[in-house]
Design a protein around this ligand. Structure first.
Ligand SMILES: NC(=O)c1ccc[n+]([C@@H]2O[C@H](COP(=O)([O-])OP(=O)(O)OC[C@H]3O[C@@H](n4cnc5c(N)ncnc54)[C@H](OP(=O)(O)O)[C@@H]3O)[C@@H](O)[C@H]2O)c1
Length: 318
């Protein structure tokens, strides 16, 4: 079968290549998936450029973590999945998963039924970013108040892959959602359900945000505005704070102040799939690329200007 490979650390144009390798088999507890689409994430391009592990995130010269496709075979001990089922997954993360190929073996516990209402491209684009948003909102404690009187959630970076899911999932959990975005993206962020959208260049507007219950930070080097923090505001970052930023947030009363790293979770992805089929969650595709255009897809992610998600579609070969 055909797989994408990295020939070493470096730029996408220099190191993205393709190779014929033996097809994987589904081992015990695994499902063999015929790949239809694979979402790209900033971590894919950062780890390719570096060519080494990032802490617990494993580098491999066989890239890819997101996947949507159909079940080709099930391994020993797997129940509940059968040939032809449409599935999606964040596979093995933070271990290496090798999804940018024609076939991939995925732990059954990472899989979920793909939403009927989404295209394969949308399903492939979603898992890592949607699970990150889901797990960030869980860490922020938004679930506890779901359906109550609308907790106030501020999403710093509402237009990106994680941010656009955070806006929608916070809304689905009953929150009043405030999101930041550049002027050109404010309308689309509002269309995902944000109650207020603030231009992130406008310091005065940011500082005028009244205290919120939770802040989800998806943008690097960004300290939440002082006015948004009250005693007990949860601040969850997916990009990390400097020691000074963390101390500042704690001095303002934020608690918890926590960095999370997404983990594969088929049960949560099944809940995400159900929300999609209930019409409460969509995937905005910034662009669809063929596998041959993987380098261009990675370069698009590298711009940092993506709206929603970039996805690679893997066409079946005769
Ligand atoms: N810890 C984890 O588990 C985890 C998981 C996923 C991602 N991440 C990390 O989280 C970050 C975001 O990931 P992502 O997939 O959402 O990235 P992304 O899709 O590449 O985000 C791009 C978006 O960010 C917006 N943006 C850039 N600067 C901004 C600012 N100062 N304020 C508000 N919006 C801004 C851009 O809008 P404009 O073009 O309008 O500027 C663009 O729409 C990355 O660093 C990624 O590596 C961490």
């Amino acid at each position: 079968m055909r797989t994408a490979v990295y020939t070493g650390p470096g730029s996408a144009a220099d190191v993205v290549a393709f190779r014929e390798v033996d097809a994987p088999v589904a081992g015990p507890g695994e499902v063999l998936v015929r790949v239809a689409a694979v979402g790209l994430n900033p971590v894919d391009v950062k780890i390719r450029a570096a060519g080494h592990d990032f802490g617990s995130i494993r580098y491999s010269d066989r890239p890819g973590w997101d996947v949507a496709g159909t079940v080709a075979a099930v391994g020993p001990g797997v129940t509940g999945w059968g040939a032809g089922d449409a599935v999606f997954a964040l596979a093995r993360f933070p271990d290496a998963a090798h999804t940018l190929a024609e076939l991939v073996a995925v732990p059954a516990g990472d899989l979920a039924p793909a939403p009927h209402s989404w295209s394969a491209a949308q399903a492939g684009a979603a898992p890592l970013a949607a699970l990150t948003a889901w797990q960030a909102l869980d860490a922020a404690g938004t679930e506890a108040a779901a359906g109550a009187d609308g907790r106030r959630v501020l999403v710093l970076g509402g237009a990106g892959g994680v941010g656009h899911f955070a806006v929608q999932l916070a809304k689905a959990r009953g929150a009043h959602v405030i999101a930041t975005a550049s002027p050109a993206k404010q309308a689309v962020v509002a269309s995902w359900g944000a109650d207020e959208v603030i231009d992130y260049h406008d310091r005065d507007a940011l500082e005028a945000v009244a205290p919120v219950d939770a802040v989800i930070v998806t943008v690097s080097d960004t300290l939440p505005p002082r006015g948004a923090i009250r005693e007990g505001t949860s601040v969850i970052t997916i990009t990390g704070f400097t020691a000074e930023q963390e101390a500042q947030l704690r001095a303002w009363g934020a608690d918890p102040v926590q960095r999370i790293l997404v983990v594969a979770n088929g049960a949560q992805l099944t809940e995400i799939s159900a929300l999609a089929d209930a019409g409460r969650l969509t995937v905005h595709l910034d662009g669809e690329y063929g596998l041959d255009d993987l380098a261009a897809a990675e370069e698009r992610v590298e711009t940092g200007r993506v709206t929603g998600k970039v996805v690679v579609v893997v066409e079946p070969r005769d």
